[in-house]
Design a protein around this ligand. Structure first.
Ligand SMILES: NC(=O)c1ccc[n+]([C@@H]2O[C@H](COP(=O)([O-])OP(=O)(O)OC[C@H]3O[C@@H](n4cnc5c(N)ncnc54)[C@H](O)[C@@H]3O)[C@@H](O)[C@H]2O)c1
Length: 252
């Protein structure tokens, strides 16, 4: 689908990968709405990129419905969803000094990474299914964001990896569910990207985590994530797939 003039929702769009994708989609002429829990930052980024921003907690039904209504009012009904909202709480599942990892670490990551992604997809897809195809074929595209950790997670990431494996697991059945409405579903599993989240998880230095990356030996740039998200939208043969975007990284 050509994204030009299409209404696009980017969750987690105030920062990192979402903001990187937003810049590229705006450049290509898409009408972008950033959905983020952090409205202040989302509005700042939207001001720089010349797009819209709306307060949204992806895990909350009423909040998503309200943001969808606002985005539809501003840009028309969204057809494309780039679902970047996510959190990463590191910690080993049990340690000698700290005992078991708090159960809440899993619960809060499930709420954003899994429930949030499912929530946006189900409410978004219900809108898209009511639209006419744009090009006689496609009605919409869902791009979900998992993580390489959801496939081969490193230590300290048991809970996070579980939520990302769940996003990976949703991909094919969701693509099958939405095929009747001309909606494709593709998941990106990024490796290490230079974002505030990665800086926090990797103690301030995402570049230090790329020693084992074959090539290029550096953290990815948010715009490089944006390029893949854009290509997924533009290439109708990509569906029901999980694509690693990690420069060959395999966690050891
Ligand atoms: N950066 C990496 O190296 C990396 C690697 C693999 C996967 N990922 C995944 O990519 C996605 C984006 O990560 P990032 O690195 O850009 O992080 P980031 O922290 O820079 O951006 C995440 C954004 O999501 C928003 N957000 C968090 N919870 C939300 C909620 N409940 N509702 C709405 N918005 C919410 C935050 O406010 C923030 O703006 C995440 O799902 C992350 O797990 C990132």
């Amino acid at each position: 689908m050509d994204v030009k003039n299409q209404s696009v929702v980017i969750t987690g769009g105030a920062s990192g990968l979402g903001a990187g994708a937003a810049g590229l989609f705006v450049e290509k002429g898409a009408k972008v709405a950033l959905f983020d829990r952090n409205l202040e930052l989302a509005e700042e980024v939207a001001g720089q990129l010349n797009c819209a921003a709306f307060q949204c907690d992806v895990a909350d039904e009423a909040s998503v419905l309200a943001a969808l209504e606002q985005a539809t009012g501003a840009n028309g009904a969204p057809r494309i969803f780039i679902n970047c909202a996510g959190i990463d709480i590191t910690g080993r599942i049990a340690t000698r000094g700290g005992g078991p990892q708090p159960l809440a670490a899993l619960g809060s990551q499930i709420a954003v990474n899994l429930t949030g992604t499912f929530n946006i997809c189900r409410l978004g897809a219900d809108l898209v299914r009511q639209l006419a195809p744009v090009d006689g074929e496609e009605q919409g595209v869902m791009v979900n964001v998992a993580s390489a950790a959801g496939l081969d997670g490193p230590r300290g990431q048991t809970a996070y990896a579980a939520t990302k494996a769940a996003v990976i697991g949703m991909t094919l059945p969701m693509a099958r569910d939405l095929a009747a409405y001309g909606v494709r579903v593709v998941t990106i599993a990024p490796g290490v990207f230079n974002t505030p989240l990665a800086a926090e998880v990797l103690r301030g230095d995402p570049e230090a985590a790329v020693e084992t990356v074959p090539f290029p030996k550096r953290a990815g740039k948010p715009a490089e994530f944006g390029k893949l998200a854009l290509h997924i939208c533009e290439n109708p043969m990509l569906n029901g797939e999980v694509i690693r975007l990690d420069a060959g990284l395999r966690a050891t």
